[in-house]
Design a protein around this ligand. Structure first.
Ligand code: NAI
Ligand code: HPV
Length: 336
């Protein structure tokens, strides 16, 4: 480790502009030895001599997956600081074996998604979004006959698929609601940890059979593609709401369309397959389906905090201290 390590930033220019203002650049220059340009989109474009001396790589959205050849060309690389969410598709799993530490701001990025999910759960419970749509098309006066539902104390069951970084944050937020029961489906989760988070770990079909609101928080992997297909949707109780902030490909869109078009299920979707849905897509026409443009994870005006994560990580690296947000080999998301 050197006092002012050679640092390279790999992310798309728009992400860089959102995260790094003058103050952040001054702090970066004080901690690092920087080349020119400071930021590149991907490592393919980097001069081999520059890559060969890079010790710390700061990445974010827009950096393509790092290949084994690029790693071989970067023998001095010691740390990857990912100022964004998951590193699963960014770095190869054998990075730990090469002695490279990886840290991610996924925990910070989980907060806005969990907040979106909590809002969606409450709105789903009240059926606010479909009823607002009905009200827009056919204004109605005050009525107490709408089938809205209260979450607290009435035994409502919420299903969470994925005891992931975001799934765990959602469970934290749900504690304030005092809901009926919260069920978790995750083949990798530890039942004791799920219980400590106020929920019960059950196989997916059992969660589906009981969840009046089902929220997806698993990553999209070959094993989770269409994890929620027609057979799984059919298990959900009548009137249930599916919330998807994870990845569109986890759900079979055609099967979801059929269930929502029949009015049996509602959906709140921040992610879709395809994404974005083309204009005129039938899901967009349904009053009981709400689609937002993949914004749940947006930190909005606080996006700059992601660069602070990277700069704090860089300062810790220089000081020889543990990296905040380190992905450890034992609990690595790379192994999930
Ligand atoms: N809408 C948005 O703006 C954002 C969406 N996301 C998405 O949210 C999802 C969750 O992200 P993170 O919490 O960071 O994930 P994560 O990387 O922490 O999730 C890993 C966990 O998923 C669980 N898992 C794996 N296979 C599973 C399966 N078959 N069923 C249930 N659980 C399974 C495992 O327990 C593993 O530990 C991802 O799909 C991610 O792409 C993430 C950030 C922003
Ligand atoms: O959904 C997104 O694109 C995000 O905001 C974060 O995704 P990631 O966890 O970085 O794959």
């Amino acid at each position: 480790m050197t006092m002012r390590p050679r640092v390279l930033l790999a992310m798309d220019p728009a992400t860089f502009a959102l995260q790094f203002g003058p103050e952040e650049l001054t702090r970066l220059a004080g901690l690092a030895t920087l080349g020119d340009p400071i930021v590149v989109s991907g490592l393919d474009a980097v001069d081999p001599a520059r890559l060969a001396e890079t010790e710390v790589l700061i990445t974010s959205w827009g950096c393509p997956p790092i290949t084994a050849a690029q790693l071989n060309a970067a023998p001095r690389l010691r740390t990857v600081l990912h100022a964004a969410g998951s590193v699963r598709s960014l770095v190869p799993p054998d990075l730990h074996d090469r002695g490279v530490q990886v840290a991610t701001a996924a925990t910070m990025n989980a907060v806005p998604v969990a907040e979106y999910t909590l809002a969606a759960i409450i709105l789903a419970g009240k059926r606010v979004l479909p009823l607002a749509q009905v009200g827009r098309e056919q204004p109605v006066g005050w009525q107490n006959s709408f089938a809205t539902r209260t979450l607290s104390n009435l035994g409502r069951t919420i299903g969470i698929v994925g005891f992931s970084t975001i799934g765990r944050k959602v469970l934290d937020l749900l504690r304030v609601l005092d809901t009926g029961s919260v069920l978790v489906a995750d083949p990798f989760a530890d039942p004791d940890l799920v219980r400590a988070a106020g929920a019960e770990l059950l196989p997916l079909p059992e969660v589906l059979g009981r969840a009046e609101i089902l929220s997806l928080h698993a990553p999209l992997l070959p094993s989770t593609h269409h994890l929620i297909g027609g057979a799984e949707l059919a298990l959900l109780p009548d009137g249930a709401t599916l919330i998807n902030t994870a990845r569109g490909g986890i759900v079979d869109s055609a099967a979801l369309l059929a269930e929502c078009a029949s009015g049996r299920l509602d959906a709140i979707l921040d992610v879709t397959d395809p994404e974005p849905l083309p204009a005129g897509h039938p899901l967009l026409a349904l009053p009981n389906v709400t689609v937002t443009p993949h914004l749940a994870g947006s930190l909005g005006s606080e996006t700059r905090r992601l660069s602070h994560f990277a700069l704090d990580g860089l300062a810790a690296y220089v000081a020889g201290e543990p990296l905040p947000g380190a992905v450890t080999p034992e609990a690595s998301e790379l192994s999930a």
